[in-house]
Design a protein. Structure first.
Length: 206
């Protein structure tokens, strides 16, 4: 017997429950809420999701999510083009931007090195970072990666890889608690970590 009394409702709950952090009960509440909503509102949501999935792009310069060929940050002539903040994903770009303490550009790796999940250096957007260093005038690379074992491994790998380039390599100060993702760190703490960044080689001596 179908516990949802409707195969259509069951299908909607099944798909919603695939989302991170959404269990079956929450998925059911969401599905019933959408069912109670005006049809126009529900169709607007589904259209927005479809449009996002089909039309969203990745910035050709930094790999951040964008509506256009280049994202708004890379297209902003007021940004400091000599400093690149390397982050794991777009959520970290949003977290750093919310601090209002960084005015440079970004480079989104698309993840971090994690052998347990089968993610190696070749799975990340690293080669394009090297291409940027060859074609752009970069004075400083800030490694703003998660303060986890995987984040530290990725940072150390990049530090060694970037060694031959004539630039300053820094990392955010550890006001950010070890094991936390940047997106869950409050803006004040993360902002101070950006402002008080350290030379990367000193970061492993604490």
């Amino acid at each position: 017997m179908n516990e949802y009394s409707s195969k259509l409702l069951e299908g909607a709950v099944e798909e919603l429950s695939r989302l991170p952090g959404i269990g079956k009960r929450t998925a059911l509440r969401l599905a019933l809420h959408l069912l109670r909503e005006d049809a126009v509102a529900t169709h607007k949501l589904s259209d927005a999701l479809k449009k996002m999935r089909d039309e969203i792009r990745f910035c050709k310069r930094c790999n951040n999510i964008s509506d256009n060929e280049f994202c708004d940050i890379c297209s902003n002539s007021r940004r400091d083009e000599n400093t690149i903040c390397v982050v794991s994903d777009t959520r970290d770009v949003l977290a750093v931007e919310n601090t209002s303490q960084f005015n440079g550009l970004y480079h989104v790796l698309g993840g971090i090195i994690n052998p347990m999940e089968g993610i190696g250096p070749n799975d990340l957007n690293i080669s394009h970072l090297l291409d940027r260093l060859k074609s752009e005038t970069i004075n400083e690379i800030i490694l703003a990666l998660p303060p986890t074992v995987e984040g530290d491994t990725t940072g150390y790998y990049l530090f060694k890889l970037l060694g031959p380039f004539d630039l300053k390599i820094t990392t955010i100060a550890r006001g950010v608690a070890v094991g936390n993702d940047l997106e869950y760190t409050d803006e004040v703490t993360l902002g101070r970590s950006i402002l008080n960044r350290l030379p990367f080689e000193q970061s492993n001596k604490r």
